[in-house]
Write a protein that binds this ligand. Structure first.
Ligand code: GUN
Ligand code: ZN
Length: 438
């Protein structure tokens, strides 16, 4: 057992729907007690200090501790292709991404990038991620192995692709079905790891492959389905040509039994009301990827619509690296704010942090295990330094906030000015991640 003393911020309700006074939990001087990687107790130091007086206490004075960030959609093989110039989605995939992903046929190379990727997540305070791989089984294998070595909760699966890509990235649908099935049996629920059936997007799958993906989902109902949906106008046009019998893009996935409460759809920029309603009805989740959507010029996600009171959809924030421009969820919040601003809306700082913690945990139906400091949850958390740079120190003068108002101002400035430099430490299952990473 051990204890951490600091200021703590987490959420006990959804600040899109519940007033901040009821949804935000802020302890300017709190104590988090950890046993076997789980939260054993949590509360004000004043209340709990005496009860745990015997325990060794690690103190992070002047720092703010938050639940570990969750990145709801990110491509590990694209790590080294981040920041590729000049193209929008389909041309960008052909020119930069497909050649990069081809390199993951080599298992040693895949392991090297998987290790780098997971360490980069941790350096940025991200403890859980929903990760895309490549068509090569060995690229999935090494990611799960490396995640397990780091005790991280990772959701991932083999990328399914059977057409509209170079030959070197095409798999056979039946082979991919067998490979995916074997991986589900090996990895889903193995420690903290979870599996996602991952058709790349409608364009790169045949009807046969999507039908087999649906068959797998029916055989293993508690695995995830993870894919892209309605990101780019040319993509949508081509999808309509390839699937003339589907009434819209979402309906392609619906027809094959791939839309439910464990489905995660990245982007969803150009969806109409009907599609939003159908996602809400089944509880399917959206990964909002603002840095990517701006970088590729894909469009502006309508967050206000997705989080409408009458038919809310679970939403989480995501980097979508390599189209995304940063591994930092703080920078992702910064761009999420700008995307809202461009549509005349304001994303509050508490809402932004919710989307990267409890909101994303709910989107994953993992809110019983992750997302805040409730007793019994897994002790993944991040130690934030809101004065990490000279400019941040100037902007966030005055020490740890004593009111929600000051806290709101400081965490907002931290999302605008901060990045990996603002992550003082990351804890996974109650253990501090190696300082060498920071
Ligand atoms: N749609 C299909 N594949 C991809 C990808 O790799 N990145 C993004 N942003 N969108 C996609
Ligand atoms: Zn993506």
């Amino acid at each position: 057992m051990k204890a951490i003393r600091a200021a703590f911020l987490d959420f006990v309700g959804d600040p899109f729907f519940v007033p901040e006074s009821e949804s935000v939990r802020y302890l300017p001087d709190g104590l988090l007690v950890i046993e076997d990687g789980m939260v054993k107790d949590f509360g004000a130091f004043e209340t709990l200090g005496a009860k745990y007086a015997e325990l060794e206490v690690v103190s992070y004075q002047g720092k703010l501790i938050l639940p570990g960030f969750i990145d709801l959609h990110v491509h590990y093989p694209q790590t080294e292709a981040i920041g590729a110039y000049g193209e929008q989605l389909l041309a960008w995939l052909n020119k930069y991404i497909f050649p990069t992903e081809a390199k993951f046929r080599d298992k040693n190379y895949a392991r090297e990038i998987a290790s780098f990727f997971l360490d980069e997540l941790l350096r940025n305070g991200t403890t859980t991620a929903v990760v895309l791989t490549t068509i090569f089984p060995q690229s999935v294998e090494v990611l799960f192995e490396e995640a397990q070595r780091r005790h991280m909760r990772i959701v991932a699966g083999q990328m399914l692709m059977t057409r509209n890509a170079p030959d070197f990235l095409i798999n056979d649908a039946k082979t991919a079905y067998a490979q995916t099935k074997a991986q589900i049996q090996k990895w889903h629920g193995n420690g903290r790891l979870l599996y996602a059936i991952t058709p790349r997007f409608a364009i790169t799958s045949t009807d046969e492959e999507l039908a087999l993906a649906g068959k797998l989902k029916a055989e293993f109902p508690d695995v995830y389905v993870h894919t892209h949906l309605s990101e780019n106008l040319k993509e949508i046009e081509l999808t309509a040509e390839l699937f003339p019998h589907s009434k819209d893009y979402l309906n392609v996935y619906e027809q094959f039994g791939l839309v439910g409460d464990r489905s995660i759809f990245a982007h969803c920029i150009h969806l109409d009301d009907s599609a939003f309603e159908r996602l809400a009805e089944v509880g399917a989740a959206i990964a909002f990827c603002p840095t990517s959507n701006l970088f590729l010029g894909s469009g502006l996600f309508k967050l206000g619509k997705a989080k409408s009171v009458d038919r809310p959809i679970p939403v989480g924030l995501a980097t979508d690296v390599g189209a995304g421009t940063s591994f930092s969820m703080l920078q992702t919040m910064c761009d999420a704010y700008k995307v809202a601003q461009l549509q005349g809306e304001s994303l509050s700082p508490f809402q932004a942090f919710y989307l990267a913690t409890l909101g994303a945990a709910k989107a994953l139906t993992l809110a019983d295990k992750l997302g805040n400091f409730e007793i019994g949850k897994e002790a993944d958390f991040v130690v934030l330094d809101m004065q990490a740079t000279p400019l941040m120190a100037l902007r966030n003068r005055g020490g740890i906030p004593q009111t929600l108002e000051t806290l709101s101002e400081q965490i907002f400035a931290t999302t605008i000015l901060g990045d990996d430099r603002a992550i003082a430490a990351t804890y996974v299952a109650g253990t501090r991640v190696s300082e060498q990473l920071f």
